[in-house]
Design a protein around this ligand. Structure first.
Ligand SMILES: [Zn+2]
Length: 293
């Protein structure tokens, strides 16, 4: 078998800057784990390849289990845990900032944007995919600017920014947090949510990945359009590096109701998620922070 040309020499860590990350599942990549806890993909696909994958993910072609995600709208789930979680996020951001102008970066279905508006923010989405923007606008009537957040300019400083399940899809999360700090007012609030690698879910995935013949199953949790797997510590450290004062780091559990897994897989995942709640090793990590002066 040809050797991976990248073996032994992944690039320095995005969070701590150190070299020498170790291959996560052996075999020299493409997943690497730094001593600080960050797991990352190296090499990262080209921007073109990334945008193709995002488009496939949006159209439900990338991972079978998420086919329903973009049709599982609010009207079918008016009070599920995702809605309750987003409402709590909006409340928290209002307490931190007093409300005002909020930009939701990477709108997903548009649900968080809609709930931010409902929660009293003047909320606008910033979305790179025209298809996702159109769909969310149709569904919720929300205002969305189509384009790259890294190049976005706003006519006044923002009061709050939300990035739910966004930075792990980007080639450089540091640039996203730096841009957030740039366009927020001092004291403006930031919410970032990502999958948490320091969780029972990824612990199980890494265990399974080492069993011969089972790695394909473990790879399902390392989805093809995620390039960064943060822990609560690495996410908070990055936010702090980018000009934020971290107010709260918390774990959150994913809600399986919107995924279409087989019953057996669902049972296994539900068990791991419950274990995560008991042990504090939940499958998602969230950071609330404010921009330093
Ligand atoms: Zn590191």
């Amino acid at each position: 078998m040809p050797e991976n040309s990248n073996e032994g020499t992944p690039r320095p860590c995005l969070v701590c800057g150190e070299s020498g990350a170790k291959s996560l599942h052996g075999g020299g990549g493409p997943l690497w784990r730094c001593r600080c806890g960050l797991v990352f993909v190296d090499p990262i696909p080209t921007t073109e390849e990334i945008s193709t994958r995002e488009d496939e993910a949006f159209h439900g072609g990338l991972i079978d289990e998420t086919t329903e995600m973009f049709s599982a709208y609010y009207r079918d789930y008016p009070d599920d845990p995702v809605v309750r979680g987003f409402r709590a996020t909006v409340r928290r951001l209002r307490e931190m900032t007093g409300g005002g102008r909020l930009v939701d970066v990477g709108i997903g279905t548009g649900l968080l944007l809609h709930l931010a508006q409902e929660g009293g923010f003047r909320a606008v989405g910033c979305e790179i995919s025209p298809g996702a923007a159109e769909k969310a606008h149709e569904e919720f009537g929300v205002e969305i600017r189509v384009g790259d957040f890294l190049e976005a300019e706003f006519d006044e400083p923002l009061d709050a920014i939300t990035m739910a399940d966004v930075v792990e899809h980007t080639p450089d999360p540091r640039l996203f947090l730096e841009q957030a700090a740039k366009v927020l007012r001092p004291g403006g609030g930031l919410f970032v949510a990502v999958p948490n690698h320091r969780s029972t879910l990824y612990w199980a995935a890494d265990l399974i990945a080492r069993i011969p013949g089972m790695s394909a199953m473990a790879q399902r949790l390392y989805v093809p359009n995620h390039y960064w797997y943060f822990t609560p510590d690495t996410l908070a450290r990055l936010a702090s590096d980018c000009g934020f004062e971290v107010k709260e780091v918390r774990g959150e559990s994913p809600y399986l109701g919107r995924y279409s897994f087989s019953p057996l897989v669902k049972l296994g995942l539900a068990t791991l998620i419950r274990l995560g709640e008991w042990t504090g090793l939940e499958a998602r990590a969230e950071v609330y922070a404010v921009r330093r002066d």
